[in-house]
Design a protein around this ligand. Sequence first.
Ligand code: SF4
Length: 288
Amino acid sequence: MSELSRRGVFLDEIGLGPLWLRRDGGLPEAEPIDADATPQQAFAPAIEIPVAESPVEAEAVVQAQSVPLNNAAVSAWGDDDAPVTSPVTTTTVLPAAMDWRQLQKAVAGCTACGLCRGRKNTVFGVGDNKAKWLFIGEGPGRNEDIQGEPFVGPAGKLLDNILLAMGLKRGENAYIANIVKCRPTDGTGRDRPPAADEVAACLPYLQRQIELIQPTILVALGKTAALSLLGLDPATPVSKLRGTVHRYADRPLVVTYHPAYLLRQLADKGKVWSDLCLAMSTYANVDR
Ligand code: SF4
């Protein structure tokens, strides 16, 4: 199959076809990546990306199961009439040492940043815990906050179609997560990018998820995800992020547009196709 045909099939698969051709049969001129474009111009929503100087390791307190005291033990303390009490042992576990159950519990009850105050649900992530592909977005939106699952609604449907076109499926060899687990909103209740301190507070959870999943490749969906993971200067032009295989924790990381952005800028579908081709070829060449 020619490159032209493959591209057409892909775009149809993700619901962004048809592929328009010039009368001479060629492809429309590809939109060049504007090297001078600011990140705000190249990606939407426009955001200030944090570079955490010293990421705060959010802590979770795991209440260890207390062991009930028996009467013999109480007698040994010399007071048979004393009430039988169960001392509570408290163990502090950092995200970096948590297993899946502890991590989910810690996120569900987390108050490490101000985003906890406005959330309906935390959005932990979804998918195959042993997935080879990890897709990372920015943060929950309104629908995600209500349902407690990442990438639902129109952007989620588009991501599902993209996964299908790549031979993947939500929950099968793919895991989907966000940089922050609670929905960031502005003063009017609308979605906004997470602030630097919110990213710094939440990132240890995602870092632990990555350690537990051990994915072969990461795909950063949008600027927040890319710059947060790579720790780059927020002024880094997006044109310098796409088209390159980056490294995160010794794993390849490819950057593409967030599906919500792609829904607004269908003209960039060809760029997404290019990014995913790069990701798929990188994945195929990784020594597993
Ligand atoms: S966004 Fe992350 S760090 Fe902030 S409250 Fe939610 S889970 Fe905790």
